[in-house]
Design a protein around this ligand. Structure first.
Ligand SMILES: [Zn+2]
Length: 330
């Protein structure tokens, strides 16, 4: 589907759409209508259609408030990219930077296995690439890093040389994994330097990490991956230093071209704590990178414009800087 196209494929009858609007857990847009694009004319047509449907259904304007239609695509600060060894030959740095530029991503947090991938990409475009230090390399990975005694020394050595804004993305699959001497040292390193931990885990390990040091800053990968919005909301309520990015969650947040009401509520309650992510954890995801970003644009379009802007890029810029990126101008 091209940009600036309105499809009404999801609507069978206005009455059915109305039932969905009243009963479902998601806010229809309108019940599957997808509005994308840069053409103001399309946006106005869509608003008219939504207004007409609202009249036909006799629904109040608040219930069927027209989505915040983006007249232009928001730039995206991608808070979850990996540039790991498997991708290097097939997608050299210039190709990756081109993919990011074409997808409308002027800046991104990058961590890689091994870390050399991040540094390679950063050298190629220091304004676009914001480095995060991943502990994984040579047999050290998600299942054992938190027990490997030489991990802290490796991280310290790299942190001395690089301008990393965080340590991660790393995995913690249980609360017990978050309570090891290695993890405690990594928490201390992050707090000493005022940098983030980028953590792939459920809500339990997040709580355990804050238990080690409440001054810690955590970027919670994938909003907990499988944690439901009420659990994510409760964690954001509890921990003021917790931010999250929603890689892998677009299917859950956006539904049938709309947005889940439960996710929308949490985002409106904590508009300063969400960011966008793609997670190029395997090489094929570079092939579909533009679609990964598009998935997020679809649900972002159904948030108030100021909230959508915060989630798309302003929150990440506030935390990790804007570089000299013109898209993030005043
Ligand atoms: Zn992850």
């Amino acid at each position: 589907m091209g940009r600036g196209v309105i499809t009404l494929g999801g609507i069978v009858t206005p009455a059915e759409a109305g039932v969905q609007a009243l009963e479902a857990d998601w806010i229809p847009a309108f019940a599957g209508m997808t509005v994308r694009g840069q053409h103001t004319r399309s946006g106005s047509r869509a608003r008219v259609i939504v207004a007409l449907l609202a009249c036909m259904l006799g629904l109040s304007p608040t219930l069927v408030a027209a989505p915040a239609l983006a007249d232009s695509r928001l730039p995206i600060f991608d808070a979850h990219i990996h540039y790991s060894r498997d991708a290097w030959d097939r997608f050299p740095p210039a190709t990756v930077l081109d993919i990011l530029a074409k997808a409308g991503v002027p800046r991104a947090l990058v961590s890689s296995t091994p870390d050399d991938g991040t540094l390679m990409l950063q050298r190629a475009d220091p304004e676009r690439i914001v480095p995060v230090l991943r502990p994984y390399k040579n047999g050290i990975g998600s299942g054992n890093w938190f027990r490997e005694a030489n991990v802290p020394a490796y991280l310290e050595e790299r942190l001395r040389k690089g301008d990393y804004v965080g340590i991660g993305e790393f995995h913690l699959f249980s609360d017990a994994n978050a309570d090891t001497p290695v993890v405690r040292r990594v928490v201390a390193l992050a707090v000493e330097r005022g940098i983030f931990l980028h953590v792939h885990s459920g809500a339990g390990p997040v709580r355990a990490l804050f238990g080690i040091d409440p001054k810690l800053n955590i970027l919670w990968a994938h909003a907990g991956m499988s944690e439901p919005p009420d659990v994510v909301g409760a964690a954001l309520d509890r921990h003021a230093n917790l931010w999250t990015e929603v890689s892998f969650r677009a299917g859950d947040i956006g539904r049938n071209g709309g947005i889940s009401a439960a996710w929308r509520d949490v985002m409106l309650r904590h508009p300063d704590r969400f960011m966008i992510g793609s997670d190029t954890y395997v090489t094929p995801r570079w092939e579909t990178y533009a679609q990964l970003i598009d998935e997020h644009h679809r649900w972002l379009a159904h948030l108030p414009r100021d909230v959508a802007e915060k989630i798309a890029w302003r929150n990440a810029v506030r935390l990790f800087g804007a570089g000299n990126v013109k898209e993030f101008g005043p």
